[in-house]
Design a protein around this ligand. Sequence first.
Ligand code: NAD
Length: 534
Amino acid sequence: MKSLNKVQSHLIAECFNKLYIGGQFVDAIDEEKIPTYYPATGELLHEFPRGKANDVDAAIAAAEAAWAEGTWAGMSAAERAEIVIKMAQGIEDNIAMLAEIEAADVGKPYRQAAMTLGGAAGEGKYWCSLGKVLDAEQDVPVNSGGGEGGVPPAEWDVVYRRDPIGVIGLISAWNYPMNVAFRKVAPALVAGNCAILKPSEIAGLSCMFIGKLAQDAGIPPGVFNVVTGDRDAGAALAASPSVSMISFTGSTLTGSKIMGACAPKLSQVALELGGKSALVVFDDTDLDKAVETTMKGFLANGGQICTAHTRLVVQDSIEAPLLNKLKEELEKLPFCNDPITEKDRGDRAWEDGMTDVVQPVVCDSQHKKIMGFLHEAKAAGVEVLTGGDVPDEATVGNSGGYFIQPTVLINVERDADVWQKEVFGPVLSVRSFSTEDDAVLEANSTSFGLASTVMSSDPAKAMRVANRIRAGAVFATSTGEGLLAEHPAVSRGGFGFSGVGRELGIGGLHEYTELKSVNYTGFSLADAKNKHTG
Ligand code: NAD
């Protein structure tokens, strides 16, 4: 395919064929490669190094040396941010190339890839702007924290500091490769850590470019490293006694394994995991808006979003008209047969509430996994309102790609796998409710708790329900506006199976620091500072 050749020519660059360790692009110790395929056709896209435990060890050694040398941690956060911001600018300057790569690697429409890469650059700049905020948090006097009688004795000059953690591992997922990875890289570096990034083996090509961005920005050798590889490389990173924190984005199962690997050494974890978010629609909601929001919630990025709203909880009085309209709209949606060249359409979800094209899912194994859920659901008697299968070959240009019809499953039992488990594809499960209490019960009826939305034209009702939903990010809306949107200043994260810790906002930066108190007695902090600078 012509469009694929263009991307493949970008991938000839050194950074897409080597590991980035100690400030250099180096070959992996073994010569083994990992193939990656264009999801729209199944054609071979690229082969990149399968880094192994010995490559991970080399990267850890480079990071340890940089940490021991101390220059990076010894700079102020604002000084580090001045360097890291060049990496964010590098993303912005290379959006066209990176969007082609992500379109080819993930199968998302170019238009959507370019938009979200712009978001990664903007968010990176936000993290850098927090450098001076972090500096202002150094040597801050301890106060009562708002409690009564809790002020430390007057003869203590006790202050808080926020130290970097040390050598840390960043393990990322494939659905928004650059966004997920850079959301870790930027705060980790601004906070003063030395880091090793292990991108996803399913679609992580754009992340390999972060090594080049670090090199060009002048990040000191060893402070930032990239090792591509599969789960074994991730496991080696998580288990290393030299790694003091793992920041992970991926599935709940892997998150739990990583927590287990970190337990014996009691190292920090930040885990951004899976979700099964509910969209609760009350009968006072505008029907067209409810349908648009439902489509956007479960179909954006092909349903491959941690916060995808893959459970619809609809008030019984409007269930029939809403489902009729939803079926009608879904059956009109075209498939995206060549994401790399898809520059006009493509997941308008991010802009105006529409989902206008259906992308393939990322790879053969995900395709098989999703189809497995559908076969099992159908075998168990779950009703299919629409979809439920792969599209006709002719509909998708006889492409051989990993396409699945947008699927709506209705009257789903609460204990069914398609209600309880993350499918991570274009599949929506529906249940209805009659009372407000039932709506809350349904929304909270899984072990996940990443996001959820309540739609109603009654603000008081929306607030009552939003406050009872157990999820890290809840939207209360009459229009659906803002669904799935993120702002770098708004912290998010998971309850239950959806994770540990929070990302984004100042709290997200704090995840990459250790809070420390220093108690000066016999002399004051001011004395110490005078001696230090004098
Ligand atoms: P995954 O868990 O299969 O893999 C994620 C990463 O972990 C990959 O780099 C992989 O190589 C590595 N890995 C696998 N096994 C490992 C092990 N035992 N030890 C260490 N590393 C290991 O997830 P995925 O399929 O890449 O991503 C999809 C998942 O990510 C979904 O569950 C989605 O909800 C979740 N996700 C969550 C967020 C969030 O912010 N909460 C964002 C994006 C994606």
